[in-house]
Design a protein around this ligand. Structure first.
Ligand code: ADP
Length: 186
């Protein structure tokens, strides 16, 4: 199964992606986690993207697309995967379609986690993960970037009739139940 989990910062994408990964036995590919680990390990990629992540801005499309395309060549993604944090712009979504097409694959579901904006800010500020981009100012910027550059991705996938909207308010378990129901009834 090839799945995209999509939503604004703080929507719970990472949390749900991990549960989906365990339940369905497919690897979790989080571009944000790849970048944070590169920064922590001070790799060339990490040095390149550190200031961008710190500001809550987006890494350039070509960089991200190249990274995902390379990563997906790993044999562990052969039978499917859950993408978290990618695609995050319409050009990334188009590039991902090309990647799928090249490999003769299709997308099974685009899960859109729906959470009201007021709740997002509270969640991020209270989750205390110690991320350098979790301060009130940076969060505001990440939400603005989401509205302008990322949200249009929903319409891109609506045109493909792939969007499954999940109510993202509730407990982790409740939300995961909604996701399972959606994926199992596909
Ligand atoms: P969140 O959704 O809470 O912002 P992520 O872990 O998905 O958290 O992303 C953290 C940061 O990593 C983003 O603010 C951005 O700087 C960078 N990033 C992650 N994925 C992408 C992507 N697909 N395109 C551009 N930048 C990305």
């Amino acid at each position: 199964m090839r799945i995209i989990i999509f939503g604004p910062p703080g929507a719970g994408k990472g949390t749900q992606a991990k549960l989906i990964s365990e339940e369905y036995g497919i690897p979790h590919l989080s571009t944000g986690e790849i970048f944070r680990s590169a920064i922590k390990n001070e790799t060339p990629l990490g040095k390149e993207v550190k200031a961008i992540l710190d500001a809550g801005d987006l890494v350039p499309d070509n960089k991200v697309v190249e990274l995902v395309e390379e990563e997906l060549k790993d044999d562990k993604y052969r039978d499917g995967y859950i993408l978290d944090g990618f695609p995050r712009t319409v050009p990334q979504a188009k590039a991902f379609d090309n990647i799928l097409e090249k490999r003769g694959k299709t997308l099974d579901a685009f899960l859109q986690l729906d959470v009201p904006e007021e709740e997002l800010i509270d969640r991020i500020l209270s989750r205390g993960e110690g991320r350098s981009d979790d301060s009130p100012e940076k969060v505001k910027n990440r939400l603005a970037v989401y509205r302008e550059e990322t949200k249009p991705v929903i319409n891109y996938y609506k045109k493909q009739d792939a969007v499954k909207t999940i109510d993202g308010v509730g407990s982790i378990e409740e939300i995961f139940e909604r996701i399972k129901e959606t994926l199992d009834n596909k």
